[in-house]
Design a binder for this molecule. Structure first.
Ligand code: MCN
Length: 824
C-alpha cells in the first residue's frame, strides 16, 4: 500500500478507500464463526419451546426424551433452580418513572407468555438427536387468552399478559420543551396522522450461536454477540459467578443489526450446563428460532400532530407513541422507543415539542434495538409528516424543508429538549443532492410517464440522527437512567519489530473496524495499516469495552484508538529525541519518519524506535520506561449528529400494486471519512434495510399470538434484485466533539430510508387520490389504497387499517410471490 498526502496525522492513510483487511479469509470460507467451533466432548442443546402464546404449564414429562439413545440429559427450570442466581437483566431505571418489569428466566417457570418461550433443554451427543428428543418432551399447557394488539391490550377487560401487574401498561415516559398545546391552538394549519411503524426482525445472515466450555471453576463462552464484555458482566450476575471466572469471546460474527446486542437466556443456559456437566455445550439457533426468539424491533403506533403557519413554518410537534414491547424485557426493551427523542425536531428549527410514550405488554417476543433503534421511528414520523404538511399547504416538499432547516451558522444548536446538536449543514447536503437530482427535469419526466401509464414518484428524506453512544453522564444513572456507561477503551502496542496491535472494546460484526481503525493507528504511528492488527471481541484481551451498536464504534472506540496511538507517538518522539539529541517538541512525524524539525536528514523510522524501546541502547535515558504501549479510556462530552439528504424514485404498477425502487441518491455527512469505501458499504446496507421495512419485511402474529412469519419464505427480505445501484455522495462537516471530527454512519441509511420510500410511493399515486400510507407497502396494501378513498385502505376496522399490527388478516405481512411482489 502507498499513502497519499491526504488525511491527518502521520502519512495520509485516513481518508483512503483501502479494501477491507478482514475480507479475504471471510470470502474464502476461512472465517471462524461460533458454529465452526468443535470442542472434544461437546454436547448439543435443543430447546423445547412453547407453542402457546399465553398458558400455565401443568406438567412437563421428560422421561421419553431422557431415555432416547444419544441423549445425555434433559432439564427444566426446576432442575436448574440452583444454577441461576437471578433472572435475565434489564438495565433501564429512569429517575421518576415506574416500570413494570417482569422476571425473565432462561427456562420458563410455570407459565409461558409468548410462542417460542424456552421450556426445557435437551442435551445429546449430536444435534439431530437433541432435536428429535426435544419433540418427545411432553408439556401440558392450560391455554389462556392472548393479546397481540397493543391498543387492545390497553383497553379495559383485555387479557393480561402478567396478572401480577394488573395492567398491560409497562410504563409512561414523557418529555416536552416549549408549549406544543398552545402552538397547536394558535396554528394556521394542523396536520394529524396515525403512523404505524411495524415490527421487524434483525435477520443477520448468521443466526445466533453459543458454545460454553468449562475449565475448573472457570468457563469460556464463545458467542455470536455484539457485546462480549457486557455479556460477561450480565452473565456473571445471572450465574452468580465472579467476572474473572468468565471469558466471553465473539469470534467472527456474521452480522447482528442489533439482534445480537442482547444477552439472551440461551447464553446463560449453555454456560450453566457446561459448568454443571463439565463438558462443552453448544446451541445453534435455527432460522425459525431467530424469527421467533431473537429480539424484534420497532412496533410503535404514533399519533403525530404537526402545527404550522400558513407560510410553512413548523411551530410544534406533538406525539403519543404506543410501543409494543412484547411479553418480557431484554437489556434495553422499554428504553428503545424513547431513544429517538433527542432528534424529534429532525433537522428543523421547531420551538415546541411534546412527546409521550406508552409501553405495552403483549403476548409476543420482546422488542429491543434493531438498526437505528428509536431513531428510524422518529425520522419516519417527521419526514412523512413534512410531506403531509407540504401537501396540506400546497408547497413543494423541498421548499418546505428549506423554510424550516436549522441555519448552518446556528451550531451548536440547542433543541427545545435541551439537546445540543454538535455541527451540521442541512442545506449543504440537500443542495448537493439536488445537484444529482434535477427536480424540474424529474417532474417533466414524471408527467410524460404518467401519460404513458407509468406511475413514477420521488420521495425525500432529510434526516439528522443521534449516535456515538454515549456520554456516560448523559445516559447513565443520573441521565436517562441506564445502569451502564458507554465510554470506550483502546490499547495500542508496538512490537519490537515496529508493527502494531490495537485492542478495541468495540466488537465489529461486518462494519470493517479492522481496516478503519488500522488506518487511524497507521497515521499516528507512521507505519502501514497492513502492519496494524486490530483485535476485539475477547474479554481476556485488552481492557473492558462496551461493544458495537448505536453507531458508536468510530466516534467513541475509534477516537479512543486514535488517542492511545497518539500517546504511543508521544513516547516514540521522546525516544527519538533522546537518540537524536533533540528536544521531544522538535520531533515531527512526516511521511512515515520521525525527524528533527528543519533537519530531515536526522530521522528515525518506527522500526528503529520500536527496537530501541524494547532493547534500550545506553544512550536512552533510564527515566524512559522500556516498551511501547499505551491505553486510553475515552468518554465523549456529547453525542454526534450525522445527517444527510436522500432521494428515492419508485415506479408503482397500479395493476398489481408492486413498487419498484428505480433510483436512490444518498448524500450523507458523517464528518471526515476514515475510509469512504466503508461509508459507502454502510449506506448501501443501511438503505437496503430501510427499503426492506418500507416494502417487504414484517413480523406478523395472528390474533392468537402464533408467529406467521417464521421463515424467509414469509418474511421477505430484499435481495440484490430489489435494490437499485446506489448513488452516494458526501459532505464533510467535522464534529467538534472528538479529535477525529467523525460521526457515525452505521445506521444512517436505515434511519433515512423508510420515509423516502413512503413519500415516493405517495407522490407516485397522487393522481389516483392516494394521500397517506402506512408501511409495509406490499402490493396488496398499495392496491387497497389505489382502490380505496385515497386516505387509507378500503377496509378498515375501528379506524385501523386491516393487518397493520401484523395480526395476519388480509393485507398484512410482507409480499409473497403470490402477491406479485415478494422477493423470495
Ligand atoms: N466510518 C468511516 N468514516 C466515518 C464514519 C464511519 O470510515 N466518518 C466507518 C467506521 O470506521 C466503521 C463503519 O464506518 O468501519 C461504521 O462505523 P460507525 O458508524 O461507528 O458504526 P459501528 O461500527 O458502531 O457499527 C454499528 C452500526 C449498527 S448500530 C448496526 S445495527 C449495524 C451497522 O453498524 N449492523 C451491521 N452496520 C452493519 N454492517 C454489517 N455488515 N452488519 C451489521 O450487523
Amino acid at each position: 500500500m502507498s499513502p497519499t498526502s491526504r488525511g491527518t496525522g502521520g502519512n495520509g492513510w485516513v481518508g483512503q478507500a483501502i479494501r477491507r483487511k478482514e475480507d479475504p479469509p471471510l470470502i474464502k470460507g476461512q472465517g471462524k464463526y461460533t458454529d465452526d467451533m468443535y470442542l472434544p466432548g461437546t454436547l448439543h442443546a435443543a430447546i423445547v419451546r412453547s407453542p402457546e402464546a399465553n398458558a400455565t404449564i401443568g406438567s412437563i414429562d421428560t422421561s421419553e426424551a431422557a431415555a432416547y439413545p444419544g441423549v445425555t440429559a434433559v432439564f427444566t427450570s426446576e432442575d436448574l433452580a440452583e444454577d441461576f442466581a437471578g433472572p435475565m437483566a434489564m438495565v433501564w431505571d429512569p429517575p421518576g418513572v415506574d416500570i413494570n418489569t417482569p422476571e425473565q428466566w432462561p427456562l420458563a417457570k410455570g407459565e409461558v407468555k409468548h410462542v417460542g418461550q424456552a421450556v426445557a433443554v435437551v442435551l445429546a451427543t449430536d444435534r439431530a438427536t437433541a432435536v428429535d428428543a426435544a419433540e418427545m418432551v411432553l408439556v401440558e399447557y392450560e391455554t389462556l387468552p392472548a393479546v397481540v394488539d397493543p391498543e387492545k391490550a390497553l383497553e379495559d377487560g383485555s387479557p393480561l399478559v402478567h396478572e401480577a401487574f394488573g395492567t398491560n401498561r409497562t410504563h409512561d415516559w414523557a418529555i416536552a420543551g416549549g408549549d406544543a398545546e398552545q402552538a397547536i391552538a394558535d396554528a394556521d394549519v394542523v396536520v394529524e396522522r396515525r403512523i404505524v411503524n411495524h415490527r421487524t426482525s434483525g435477520a443477520p445472515i448468521e443466526p445466533r450461536c453459543s458454545v460454553a466450555d468449562a475449565q475448573g471453576d472457570s468457563v469460556t463462552l464463545y458467542s455470536s454477540t455484539q457485546v462480549p464484555h457486557i455479556a460477561r458482566f450480565v452473565l456473571s450476575g445471572v450465574l452468580g459467578m465472579s467476572e474473572d471466572k468468565i471469558r466471553v469471546v465473539a469470534p467472527d460474527v456474521g452480522g447482528g443489526f442489533g439482534a445480537k446486542l442482547q444477552v439472551y437466556g440461551e447464553e446463560a443456559l449453555v454456560l450453566a450446563l457446561a459448568r454443571k456437566l463439565g463438558r462443552p455445550v453448544k446451541w445453534t439457533e435455527t432460522r425459525s428460532e431467530h424469527m421467533t426468539t431473537s429480539h424484534h424491533g420497532r412496533d410503535q403506533i404514533a399519533n403525530v400532530t404537526f402545527a404550522a403557519t400558513s407560510e410553512g413554518k413548523v411551530t410544534a410537534i406533538k406525539l403519543h407513541a404506543i410501543c409494543d414491547l412484547g411479553a418480557y424485557f431484554g437489556l434495553l426493551t422499554p428504553f428503545i422507543p424513547e431513544l429517538g427523542f433527542p432528534v424529534t425536531n429532525g433537522c428543523y428549527d421547531i420551538p415546541n415539542l411534546k412527546l409521550d410514550f406508552t409501553g405495552v405488554f403483549t403476548n409476543k417476543f420482546e422488542t429491543d434495538a434493531i438498526r437505528g433503534a428509536g431513531r428510524p421511528e422518529v425520522t419516519h414520523w417527521i419526514e412523512v409528516m413534512m410531506d403531509q404538511l407540504a401537501a396540506e399547504l400546497d408547497l413543494d416538499p423541498v421548499e418546505l424543508r428549506r423554510r424550516n432547516f436549522i441555519a448552518a451558522d446556528a451550531f451548536p444548536y440547542e433543541t427545545p429538549l435541551g439537546i445540543f446538536y454538535d455541527s451540521g449543514n442541512y442545506q449543504g447536503t440537500l443542495d448537493k443532492l439536488l445537484e444529482h437530482v434535477d427536480m424540474d427535469a424529474f417532474r417533466r419526466e414524471q408527467a410524460e410517464l404518467r401519460d404513458q401509464g407509468t406511475y413514477r414518484g420521488i420521495g425525500l428524506s432529510t434526516y439528522v440522527e443521534v449516535c456515538g453512544l454515549a456520554p456516560s453522564r448523559a445516559v447513565g444513572p443520573q441521565g436517562v437512567g441506564l445502569q451502564a456507561a458507554f465510554w470506550e477503551s483502546a490499547m495500542v502496542r508496538v512490537h519490537p519489530s515496529g508493527s502494531a496491535t490495537a485492542y478495541t472494546g468495540t466488537s465489529p460484526h461486518g462494519q470493517g473496524h479492522d481496516t478503519g481503525f488500522a488506518q487511524i493507528v497507521a497515521d499516528r504511528l507512521g507505519i502501514d495499516p497492513e502492519n496494524v492488527d486490530v483485535l476485539h471481541g475477547d474479554t481476556d484481551q485488552g481492557p473492558f469495552g462496551w461493544g458495537t451498536y448505536g453507531s458508536r464504534s468510530l466516534a467513541v472506540g475509534g477516537e479512543s484508538v486514535g488517542r492511545a496511538a497518539e500517546r504511543v507517538q508521544d513516547k516514540a518522539k521522546k525516544i527519538c529525541a533522546a537518540l537524536l539529541e533533540a528536544a521531544p517538541e522538535d520531533i515531527e512525524l512526516a511521511d512515515g519518519k520521525y525527524q528533527v524539525r528543519g533537519s530531515p536528514d536526522k530521522s528515525m523510522t518506527m522500526v528503529e524506535i520500536a527496537g530501541a524501546a524494547h532493547i534500550p541502547p545506553n544512550e536512552l535515558p533510564t527515566d524512559i520506561e522500556p516498551g511501547l504501549e499505551e491505553t486510553s479510556f475515552y468518554d465523549p462530552e456529547n453525542f454526534v449528529f450525522p445527517f444527510g439528504a436522500h432521494a428515492c424514485v419508485v415506479d408503482v404498477d397500479v395493476e398489481t400494486g408492486k413498487v419498484e425502487v428505480v433510483r436512490w441518491v444518498a448524500v450523507d455527512d458523517c464528518g471526515p471519512a476514515i475510509n469512504p469505501m466503508l461509508i459507502d458499504g454502510q449506506i448501501h446496507g443501511g438503505v437496503t434495510h430501510g427499503i426492506g421495512q418500507a416494502l417487504y419485511e414484517q413480523i406478523v402474529y395472528d390474533e392468537d399470538g402464533q408467529l406467521v412469519t417464521g421463515s424467509f419464505v414469509d418474511y421477505a427480505l430484499p435481495t440484490a434484485a430489489e435494490v437499485p445501484m446506489f448513488e452516494t455522495d458526501r459532505t464533510e462537516t467535522p464534529s467538534p466533539v472528538n479529535r477525529l471530527g467523525v460521526k457515525g454512519v452505521g445506521e444512517a441509511g436505515t434511519i433515512a430510508a423508510t420515509p423516502a420510500v413512503v413519500n415516493a410511493v405517495t407522490d407516485a399515486l397522487k393522481p389516483l387520490g392516494v394521500t397517506f400510507m402506512n408501511m409495509p407497502l406490499t402490493p396488496m396494501r398499495v392496491l387497497e389504497h389505489i382502490q380505496g378513498d385515497g386516505h387509507g385502505p378500503r377496509a378498515t376496522e375501528q379506524g385501523r387499517e386491516i393487518g397493520e399490527h401484523g395480526q395476519g388478516a388480509a393485507g398484512s405481512g410482507p409480499a409473497s410471490p403470490g402477491e406479485g411482489g415478494g422477493s423470495l
